[in-house]
Design a protein around this ligand. Sequence first.
Ligand SMILES: [Zn+2]
Length: 221
Amino acid sequence: MKLNQFVSITGTIHCLTQLRIGGTKEGIVDPGGAENTIIRHPITSLPYIPGSSLKGKMRSLLELDKSSGADIKDDGKPCGCGKCFVCKIFGSHAMSNKEITRILVRDSSLTENSEAMLRTAQEEKGINFAGIKSENIINRRTGTAADKGLRTQETVPAGTEFKLDITIKLFHSESGNDDKAGVIDFVKKGLDLLQKDYLGGSGSRGYGKIKINNLEVNDLA
Ligand SMILES: [Zn+2]
């Protein structure tokens, strides 16, 4: 098997609603901060979207799509058949069906405009590059806010934009070349499904609705 070509897919991820991809509080000294923090760059504290979150969500949506030919078992694990389009592009976890991963999804950092917007908000409003949302958990018996019912969550504000950066590797093997157009279309379909569904947590409550703008596909030399 030989590596034939790299193709880059780039664009802008625009958050139409607030976005929540959870981080960890460990090591972060933030008295009065939210209980459920978002993932941030360890040095700049700026939020980003981990490539693994984007890739995992695209994969799970594509597996559910009837066109993928993926074999979804009841155990909820990713398809490991090694033959379907999802395994071919996203890789197969099953040892017996090892398939080279053809897609690299890089971490999405803020666009320059969004970084400037959040820095201004930090200076003017003192917020830590994120919104803090309080939510009540309602006690089902009394109908009132449960004991310590108020929980706080950090979210990336609606309107924030991140840079989408995907690389696709196309291979040549004895069985022929990878179908370039087919692979690109399949990844585009994943991005399309992502926009219909949601990214991150609390999608059923309206979080994580995104739109991808300025989508570009380019051959890399
Ligand atoms: Zn498969």
